[in-house]
Design a binder for this molecule. Structure first.
Ligand code: COA
Length: 293
């Protein structure tokens, strides 16, 4: 099976203007590339303008689309407002906000300074809030008939996870925001959904979350029932579908794309996967023998 195939028809996002925060690298870049291939005009934002400019010109030559690099630290509301104005000036409108910008690192929580904890909350939760509020108010005030917010969360937004507590706390907030606004802003034609990706290796995340030889030591593919990590195109396919009009009736949903990873950790007897076939024969006889007593 070729899971790297592109899913949607070529004009699926024709006429859409999309903003991807954190679009300069990693998964943000992969999603941006596919949006451009599907005919959207895309603004990518991050703190690092030179990286963004480089990415935008690479993506424009790869896809023939229009990609606008805009410097914006999502932690600062005035920068977000300014970014929105620049998008409107360049494209005349905006249809989709993809809250992808994130910050994360592994650490025992007791080692974190108050500022370290705040930094992650500020990027993930406040950053998503700043963008969503600015774009949402614009859509409501301008009476735009339809718009979409797509948030990138994680499966530990609901399970929690040790050693990434600020990120888990912030992503849980983003998940609550997703479901709350899906109901509250539906009357304005604004759909709000989320994607919870499992392991999709990117350099930025892997260097922070599995530094040194940790990536070898903790092979994340082994934790996944499907026994592999995700391919960037698989995530891009899902994101493109969720921001397209094909998903017009999907609102308030969080779609997990993790090969079954988080459920594997949850099911009480999932560890029985380690039992070989021959042992199952013995176990079956033992269980049946008990029943017949
Ligand atoms: N362990 C413990 N504390 C850490 C840390 C780590 N690995 N990395 C940073 N911190 C602390 C810093 O010491 C600082 O706290 P202090 O002022 O009390 O010393 C605080 O976090 C902020 O760090 P700083 O480097 O000043 O913040 P920044 O705004 O420049 O960078 C980060 C933000 C820390 C999230 C940085 O990793 C980053 O830029 N990440 C962006 C990309 C990203 O994380 N993507 C997600 C991939 S999964």
């Amino acid at each position: 099976m070729n899971f790297s195939q592109k899913m949607l028809r070529d004009d699926a996002l024709q006429g859409k203007v999309i903003v991807v925060t954190g679009g300069g690298s990693g998964l943000g870049r992969a999603m941006t590339q596919y949006f451009l291939e599907l005919g959207a005009q895309v603004a990518i934002t991050s703190r690092d303008l030179s990286k963004l400019t480089h990415t935008a010109s690479e993506l424009e030559s790869l896809t023939g689309g229009t990609c606008l690099p805009l410097q914006c630290d999502v932690r600062h509301n005035e920068e977000v407002e300014n970014m929105l104005q620049q998008v409107l000036k360049a494209f005349g409108k905006v249809d989709v906000l993809l809250n992808n910008a994130a910050g994360n690192f592994i650490s025992p929580t007791e080692r974190l300074s108050a500022n370290a904890f705040d930094t992650i909350i500020d990027i993930v939760l406040k950053g998503t809030k700043n963008c969503t509020l600015a774009f949402g108010k614009h859509w409501i005030d301008s009476k735009q008939s339809s718009a979409t917010v797509l948030n990138i969360v994680t499966t530990y937004a609901w399970t929690g996870s040790a050693y990434v507590v600020p990120s888990a706390t912030a992503k849980a907030g983003v998940l609550a925001m997703t479901r709350s606004l899906a109901v509250e802003w539906a009357k304005y034609g604004i759909r709000t959904n989320a994607i919870a990706p499992g392991p999709f290796p990117t350099k930025g995340a892997w260097d922070r979350l599995l530094p040194g030889d940790l990536a070898q030591k903790f092979n994340l593919a082994k934790k996944v029932p499907l026994k592999r990590v995700g391919d960037h195109q698989e995530l891009a396919n899902l994101a493109a579908y969720l921001v397209s009009d094909f998903s017009a009736y999907i609102n308030g949903e969080v779609i997990v794309i993790d090969g079954g990873e988080w459920l594997k950790g949850a099911g009480q007897f999932n560890m029985l996967e380690a039992i070989p076939e021959e042992l199952w024969d013995q176990l079956e006889s033992m269980i049946k023998a008990k029943k017949n007593k």
